[in-house]
Design a protein around this ligand. Structure first.
Ligand code: FES
Length: 159
């Protein structure tokens, strides 16, 4: 099947990291950084370049939680569910974020592609629990009420 996918940047990554199976994770990390996810078009291309099977490559990509096979939203919200945040109410905060964004069960990215919500383990700011981050910026001591105004602000800012 013909694809319009531009592989030139993938080639640059392969040249930089080396076309060996040992470089698989580093290559997938670079591709994810480039596109914010792992486009399905790259799998046969990378597998061939590294001399490994497609299934093995998918296996690596799906084993590590940090890799995403789905496009992510422009704005990434990470809700911490580490122990400190959990005991201080991270789940109601997460529910509020998802509700304000209209996410259905099992849905991580809004239909309009603006927001992705994910849970993460400890963000390293336990003293500020419960914490969430918006594109890496920490929002401390969150409550469902604070979430409502935060999400309203974000909806205005993110196109
Ligand atoms: S448990 Fe949430 S920041 Fe550490």
């Amino acid at each position: 099947m013909e694809s319009n996918f531009d592989f030139s940047q993938i080639d640059e990554i392969l040249d930089r990291r080396g076309r060996t199976p040992q470089a698989t994770i580093a290559i997938l990390q670079d591709i994810q950084e480039l596109y914010n996810y792992l486009p399905h078009e790259v799998f046969p291309y990378i597998a061939k370049a590294l001399g490994i099977g497609d299934a093995k490559l998918y296996g690596v990509a799906t084993f590590y939680k940090n890799f995403s096979l789905e496009p992510k939203g422009k704005c990434i919200i990470h809700c911490c569910d580490g122990t400190a945040c959990h005991v201080r109410g991270s789940m109601p905060v997460l529910s509020a974020v998802r509700k304000e964004l209209g996410l259905k069960d099992g849905q991580a990215t809004t239909d309009d592609g603006r927001f992705t919500v994910e849970t993460v383990a400890c963000l390293g700011a336990c003293g500020l629990a419960p914490v969430l981050t918006v594109d890496g910026e920490v929002h401390p001591n969150m409550t469902p009420e604070k979430v409502a105004s935060l999400v309203a602000d974000l909806k205005e800012k993110i196109d």
